[in-house]
Write a protein that binds this ligand. Sequence first.
Ligand code: NAD
Length: 385
Amino acid sequence: MAKILTVLYPDPVDGYPPRYARDEIPVISSYPGGQTTPTPQGLDFKPGELVGCVSGELGLRPFLESRGHTLVVTSEKEGPDSVLERELPDADVVISQPFWPAYLTPDRIRRAERLKLSITAGIGSDHVDLPSAIEHDITVAEITYSNSISVSEHAVMYILALIHNYLPAHEWVTTRRGWNVADSVSRNYDVEGMDVGVFGAGRIGLAVLRRLKPFDVKLHYNDVHRLPQDLEKELGLTWHEDVRSLAAAVDVLSIHAPLHAKTVNLFNDEMLATMKRGSYIVNTARALIVDRDAVVRALERGHLAGYAGDVWYPEPPEDDHPWRTMPHEGMTPHVAGSTLSAQARYAAGVREILECWFDNRPIRQEYLIVEGGRLAGTGARSYTV
Ligand code: NAD
């Protein structure tokens, strides 16, 4: 029997379960392109429930315990006395979410002698040291597409919020009890007519491009895989052979590539200097793709007009992380991919993967990042080690 160690974000401060705003969520059975949503043999929660936090347990307990497995769920993931550190040495499976990542460092992987499967309840498995997973023959899988559309909606929201100066204007009428139209509009622009680009045009990046098309903007992208010509034509896309050319061409840049050896620290002082004065960056991919302090410097001297997103490093960030107080930011905690709709899909996807694993059936190719000691499936297409 297996021990499944699951690291999830803490419960809401007002207790669990919360009072839900809606009674149901839309039923979605497939994604753009035809991939089906997860197909587990059963489900022990109601879609729309908060299952991503500790008490929600991804709805896994009845299923795992009925099969005789042990489920440990915790949000304590840092420090030598944390539950994660204590339970890791004899865990067979680790489940973690990018929103509250259990960083599986080379050292932790070395000490996790029984670990054979690491599941990302969401998308983006950079919190697992992939070279170590490869070396130790650990399968790494994630729930591809489960929250891609959720994130694309957020990216569009961050773009509009930054360009229209939404958060400062909101603050004028709420926290500051004012009616300061001139103060609010002095940084309020239209996105119409702007050059908008995505770095990484995979599932999320392409969905962002599709959603922005009706805004009458000029769309650009850079990706190691060029999109089909008819799609470029349909969306009026300009493809850039390298990210530097993309960065220099756009007013707004939305980042959607995974974090790996070729994307780490890409947007540093030098890259930011190539962008037009007054550019905006939205980052819902991973914080380490940008240089934390270079972003702060660019905002402070007015080279960047705004920076928004939901990804930080580390997560959760320190109380004095400079992105909490930098000017012209639109930051949230890591929430884009954890909507209640997305949770229903990634929790179902985790269950599907576990069913396959315990029943010796193959895991869907599109869910795989590492298998058999090498990058596999989506991992082979989107990551490098
Ligand atoms: P995807 O695999 O469908 O797309 C990633 C794209 O990036 C691919 O087309 C790939 O070719 C491209 N790419 C990789 N390296 C590149 C490079 N060096 N230069 C240019 N392009 C490159 O993944 P996705 O579903 O679109 O997700 C993208 C990332 O978004 C995830 O890896 C994750 O880090 C992040 N994400 C964040 C949240 C959130 O809640 N904020 C949720 C889901 C995913």
